[in-house]
Design a protein around this ligand. Structure first.
Ligand SMILES: Cc1cc2nc3c(=O)[nH]c(=O)nc-3n(C[C@H](O)[C@H](O)[C@H](O)COP(=O)(O)O)c2cc1C
Length: 543
């Protein structure tokens, strides 16, 4: 149960959410221009650390598209620095460089709003051949680990005993300034979407190596600060790393694990001494105060270990993509323009949707972040064999009736296919409306379909205020799956963080905050920009 003062906390979170809504007549507060001279470096370096250069994969795991999610075909790899490097390369590494004229920028396996990449990753590794046990920061630019501290075999023995198996820890954190530099107050939402994308990328990549990722949902953010050494690091003002989550990665098929760490182990980490000087990200940081206030309000305390049972919905829409799992991961990109005549077949559409359903035995949702709290409000523009219109895809059937009660009573709720939680709400051409509510962005109306992610909002946050961040993480995870599923079917997706919140709610007839649209997404046949040149991900390294 939430502590007493939660009313103020919850009120503060709702205030942040309301104040950072975009409206037709007023966008959320932001700088309104790009201060290029002050653009934050998208790469964090911990200088003056021992650096371990990671090898690049010589061969990608031999896995097909369904093996991104399913586990049984993926060969279990032993933990070595080579396999861990491969896992990082296919989750958080660079995927390519792009150039047009004199401008050059890198892209990553995980997407990020504005390509600003506020998410950082840290590993807690046991001693491996050639690598001392330690806490390491993963530097995606150099594909290297920067050692922040050593972790003794004794601590690892306790960890292995506690979890009952071998494995290692991955932590994610956010640097809000990277995102607020461009987006101002709304940036906190985008940072959290990005965490969700990164968590899904980590869970899916681990799966290809035969490993399973579990979110340690009992741990507090204070514990993360200690374990990852943030509380011992001197960051420049507003350039610090905000702890998000810690996961344990273990060979798939082992018995279940605890979702927290004993206080004695956390205390051992507190005794370690962390080194490394964080690099300067920009000339000066600007304080978008409400972000830091909301980060405080949504800080996670220690909680009881939770387990989520998602059931095992059958995969009923088989797919036969031409590309391997690793190729799909590596070629994931955001579309910037769609062919208005491009369509998706009915089966492909269903297959894309069903990959967003959480299942007990499937990545990425079996990382067990949260009960399924987010559903898809879909604007179907051009799906072969399906009437254009407004559809609802329910990711948790327990919420179907409450949602039906809540939203407009004239929707027809016509099931589209037996045993598939997709419903037609209303026929019609929604291209204009979809574009309009997504900040007038063409891509929301010109693809095959676009959607808003409708999350159970008020109850989740009133119960546990830190869930505000989790809801955004969940939408990011769904987004990552949509990106990959789109690539697998020869189309392309784009996450859409810019939308007019209440205009979307109006379409549904929602006029309170029981449910809120938190993230949008669009999928269609991409039109490539012929001006763009592409270079390999790590051509800048001599390795
Ligand atoms: C949370 C999030 C929000 C985004 N919002 C938008 C958006 O509103 N409009 C848009 O064109 N692209 C949007 N994008 C796409 C990013 O601009 C894109 O991910 C980034 O430029 C990196 O390119 P890549 O996805 O090809 O790696 C968003 C991406 C994410 C992850």
């Amino acid at each position: 149960m939430a502590p007493k003062n939660d009313e103020n906390i919850v009120g503060g979170i709702f205030r942040y959410h309301d104040e950072t809504k975009h409206h037709y007549e007023r966008y959320a507060r932001s700088p309104g221009h790009m201060d290029w001279q002050n653009q934050p470096n998208p790469f964090r370096f911990y200088e003056k650390t021992q650096v371990i250069e990671l090898p690049l994969l010589k061969e990608y795991p031999r896995a097909e598209y369904p093996d991104l999610y399913r586990r049984e075909n993926n060969q279990q790899q032993v933990f070595t620095i080579e396999t861990i490097a491969g896992f990082l390369e296919l989750s958080l590494g660079l995927s390519a460089w792009k150039a047009v004229g004199q401008s050059r920028w890198s892209l990553r396996i995980n997407p990020s709003s504005g390509n600003l990449h506020p998410t950082e990753a840290h590993l807690v590794l046991p001693h491996l051949p050639g690598v001392p046990g330690g806490v390491y920061h993963y530097n995606a630019f150099t594909h290297a680990l920067e050692q922040r501290t050593e972790v003794s075999d004794e601590i690892w023995q306790q960890l292995a005993l506690h979890f009952g198996c071998r494995g290692f820890l991955v932590g994610l954190s956010s640097i809000f300034w990277r995102e607020s530099w461009k987006y101002g107050e709304r940036a906190f939402r985008y940072c959290n979407h990005d965490v969700g994308h990164a968590l899904a990328a980590v869970s899916i990549s681990a799966n290809l190596f035969g490993w399973k990722v579990t979110y340690l949902n009992g741990l507090s953010d204070d514990a993360l600060d200690t374990i990852l050494g943030f509380d011992q690091t001197r960051y420049e003002n507003l350039a610090g790393e905000h702890p998000d989550l810690l996961c344990f990665i273990r060979p798939w098929g082992q018995s279940d694990i605890p979702r927290s760490l004993p206080q004695s182990i956390i205390a051992d980490f507190a005794k370690l001494s962390f080194t490394g000087t964080p690099n300067k990200l920009s000339r000066q940081q600007i304080n978008w105060e409400i972000i830091y206030q909301t980060a405080d309000l949504t800080r996670k305390p220690t909680t009881v270990n939770r387990r989520y049972d998602y059931g095992d919905p059958a995969w009923i829409h088989p797919t036969a993509p031409q590309l391997s799992a690793a190729e799909i991961i590596r070629q994931r990109r955001s579309a910037t323009d769609f062919d208005r005549n491009g369509s998706v077949s009915r089966n492909q559409f269903f297959s894309i949707l069903e990959s967003t359903l959480p299942r007990n035995g499937c990545a990425p949702f079996d990382a067990e972040l949260i009960k399924a709290s987010t559903h898809l409000l879909i604007f179907v523009h051009h799906i072969e064999g399906l009437t254009p219109g407004l559809y609802f895809f329910c990711r948790n059937d327990q919420e179907l009736n409450p949602i039906k009660q809540l939203i407009r009573s004239d929707f027809i709720w016509q099931p589209v296919e037996n045993k598939f939680p997709l419903y037609l709400l209303e026929e019609g051409n929604y291209r204009q409306q979809a574009m309009r509510v997504s900040c007038h962005q063409d891509i929301a109306g010109s693809g095959a379909f676009s959607l808003g992610m409708i999350a159970q909002f008020k109850a989740s946050i009133t119960d546990e205020p830190f869930r505000y961040r989790h809801l955004f993480w969940e939408t990011g995870m769904i987004g990552q799956v949509l990106y990959l599923a789109a690539e697998a079917h020869g189309v392309r997706g784009t996450g859409i963080g810019c939308f007019f919140d209440d205009a979307v709610h109006e379409i549904l007839g929602i006029n309170d905050n029981q449910y809120q649209s938190l993230y949008h997404f669009t999928i269609g046949r991409p039109v490539e920009d012929p001006r763009l040149r592409t270079y390999p991900a790590y051509h800048h390294l001599s390795r």
